[in-house]
Design a protein around this ligand. Structure first.
Ligand SMILES: [Zn+2]
Length: 452
């Protein structure tokens, strides 16, 4: 039998090690993995000197379409993901207007996303105080998980997302446990962080470090502990998004040992940047929870290297450039980062700190695919989707604004030197990005749903 494409000569990252094998692709699937494939192929991809691994599954991306299309779009956002070595993503239920909180608002998003994506995609359902009776219709529509905010969201426009209070969090967990769903949580104490910020602004303390100090570590830990307690009480499965501190991870591990079904992600920016960097970069590096000080970041690195963080995401949370200027307390709290996760983290974790490359693949692909029940994704194995990237570990480049595919070309990583490069991204057998050619072909991304 012939293949549509064969990838030859690469260092292929399989589940149990790195092998010099060929990969045959047919009808969008991985059809063969063998020492040498000699059958006819329409295309031969030479991966000499490069790692061949599953594409990243970025489970934390904000696109903001429809409704806030000027911030980011499916086309530009998915091009950035493709260029960065991400082959599928799960999009957050907030920042777009209206927020995705029922079947009707999910349908608006599905319509907006149609024929615009270069990589595969899925949508979260949101949990807000008013939609507990509508969670089931989102499950029926195939969302892989739900998301809520324990931190404050001030609904600026009608249709925006709303954070849960403790009662809504408890009732929501009860319902999601009954529906056997995972609840993803942004965990920060809203009252303390909001009042500390008010206090700082009132006192005229508005430096980057003041902003970081307005959201101290214990405000993350406190919210994590409260959610874990509710999960123990209700039996709800949890996933903590963008955890920024070793202290919170320790609490999550204790709860897991205690029987709570819980996983945790952290984001590239918590490893690549520190609070001290925010002083230099300014509002482009503002995010929530904030970047932590170098001494705290060192302990987060220890957690990652010890295997205590389940997976990595970007938390790509873009906005227009004007919202990233001026007083940091007023600026939008999100980092544009979808394009630089595989390269930065491979550089920092694998090359600079010696993380085994299979562990790296677990962090970017295999574990999120398993947790979110995406059985065709996350691994180079026969019969899986041919979602494959080539990574050149010996290539270096400086990230420039012109390299960015975002609708608004700003990023906290501008000017950064990265000692590694994604050279090709393949989604279900289709090359969607190539270093020489840029984005290739049509937006072939497909919706991923989960059969609940
Ligand atoms: Zn987010």
């Amino acid at each position: 039998m012939g293949f549509d494409a064969v990838i030859k000569n690469g260092n292929v990252v399989l589940r149990d090690g790195v092998y010099n094998v060929d990969i045959g692709i047919k009808n969008g699937k991985i059809a063969s993995i063998a020492e040498e494939i000699t059958e006819q192929a329409n295309e031969v991809i030479d991966a000499k000197g490069q790692y061949v691994m599953p594409g990243m599954i970025d489970t934390h991306v904000h696109i903001s379409e429809p409704g806030r299309t000027e911030w980011e779009g499916f086309e530009t956002g998915s091009k950035a993901l493709a260029a960065g070595g991400t082959t599928s993503y799960v999009e957050m239920p907030l920042n777009a207007i209206p927020a995705t909180i029922n079947k009707e608002t999910l349908d608006l998003k599905l319509e907006a996303a149609k024929s615009q994506n270069y990589v595969d995609y899925a949508f979260y359902g949101g949990l807000v105080p008013e939609n507990i009776d509508q969670l089931e219709e989102l499950v029926d529509a195939g969302v892989p998980a739900f998301k809520c905010f324990m931190s404050a969201i001030t609904a600026e426009v009608p249709g925006d997302f709303v954070n849960v209070d403790d009662y809504a969090l408890y009732k929501g967990m009860q319902k999601l446990a009954e529906l056997d769903q995972i609840l993803c949580i942004h965990a920060e104490n809203p009252t303390i962080t909001a009042k500390l910020a008010d206090e700082m602004v009132r006192e005229g303390r508005t430096t980057a470090m003041d902003y970081v100090d307005s959201r101290p570590i214990f405000t993350e830990v406190e919210a994590v502990q409260r959610a874990l307690l509710f999960a123990k009480e209700t039996g709800c499965k949890l996933h903590f998004v963008h955890i920024s501190t070793s202290e919170a991870i320790q609490k999550i591990r204790e709860a897991r040992r205690d029987g709570v079904d819980v996983t945790v992600e952290s984001c590239t920016h918590y490893f690549a940047l520190t609070a001290e960097d925010v002083e230099e970069i300014g509002p482009r590096a503002k995010c929530q929870p904030p970047l932590r000080k170098a001494k705290d970041q060192a302990r987060l690195w220890d957690e990652l290297m010890a295997g205590n963080i389940d997976w990595l995401t970007s938390d790509h949370s873009p906005c227009t450039e004007d919202l990233k200027q001026g007083n940091i307390f007023d600026a939008w709290g999100g980092i544009s980062g979808a394009q630089n996760n595989v390269d930065i983290m491979f550089d920092l974790a694998v090359k600079k700190r010696g993380l085994p490359v299979q562990k790296f693949v677990d962090l970017i692909a295999t574990t999120p695919a398993e947790r979110f029940n995406l059985p065709n994704k996350g691994e180079i194995a026969v019969s899986k989707d041919a979602d494959i990237i080539l990574v050149d570990p010996n290539s270096s480049y400086t990230l420039n604004r012109e390299d960015l595919y975002y609708k608004n070309k700003h990023s906290a990583y501008e000017g950064r030197n990265i000692d590694c490069r994604v050279t090709k991204t393949i989604v279900r057998g289709n090359v969607v990005y190539d270093l020489e050619q840029g984005i290739v072909g049509e937006p072939i991304g497909k919706l991923m749903t989960v059969n609940n």
